[in-house]
Ligand binder design. Structure first.
Ligand code: MLT
Length: 209
């Protein structure tokens, strides 16, 4: 049976009721974040789709007009399509749709943030590495039961720190519990980011398995 809507993806079953939705950066694919997902949570199921948009042959999750300038209509469409895919995958693979945590890097973090804003019912929590404000929603979502960890690079030339702070504010105003972590790094992901995210994830786990 094919999932509708479908994405090229990997699914790795887990031994807990939690599923990590892994969302790669520009030029990545569905295999990129599997090791990261395992490192963050050795017991969770992993669902890792490949972005459907190609930019000079590089997969992404939505179109952009320039670096940091997003095609908002495409972003909204792709966000809903991805959310519908997660719901279809939950049915197909039999994982709990109310215990999905997004883990995104760069472009993947941006579509995860967009999903929090447009389809808040899909995610219980999110780990966002190098994320920016993807869009301002027309209606404010209720994120009062959602927890978000954001990892910013103090010297990131693509996502300046004030931009990350703007995203944290937007999510907090919608009720989310947001933890910010700053690394002595640029746009690249560092072991310090992963360490901090893993510790945060451990605390989340203690609250519900
Ligand atoms: C984006 O396009 O989502 C951001 O600029 C991050 C990137 O992919 O470079």
């Amino acid at each position: 049976m094919r999932l509708q809507p479908d994405f090229i993806h990997e699914f790795v079953p887990g031994t807990s009721s939690r599923t990590l939705l892994l969302l790669h950066g520009t030029g990545g694919n569905e295999r990129d974040l599997i090791p990261l997902g395992r490192e963050l949570d050795p017991n969770a199921a992993l669902l890792s789709p490949r972005g459907k948009v190609l930019e000079n042959g590089m997969p992404r999750f939505f179109r952009r007009l320039a670096e940091g300038v997003f095609d908002l209509e495409d972003l909204k469409h792709r966000t809903n399509e991805l959310a519908d895919f997660v719901a279809a995958a939950a049915q197909h693979y039999g994982f709990a749709s109310d215990n999905v945590i997004a883990v995104g890097y760069s472009n993947g973090a941006n579509i995860a943030a967009s999903m929090l804003l447009l389809r808040p019912e899909m995610l219980r929590a999110a780990i966002l590495f190098r994320a920016m404000v993807p869009l301002i929603p027309e209606t404010q979502p209720n994120l009062s039961s959602v927890r978000v960890w954001i990892g910013a690079g103090a010297h990131d030339p693509i996502v300046p720190v004030p931009e990350t702070k703007r995203l944290a504010e937007l999510l907090r105003n919608a009720g989310a519990d947001v933890a910010m972590h700053y690394c002595e790094a640029g746009h690249e992901l560092t072991p310090a980011d992963v360490d901090s995210a893993r510790r945060w994830m451990g605390k989340l786990k203690d609250q519900r398995q």
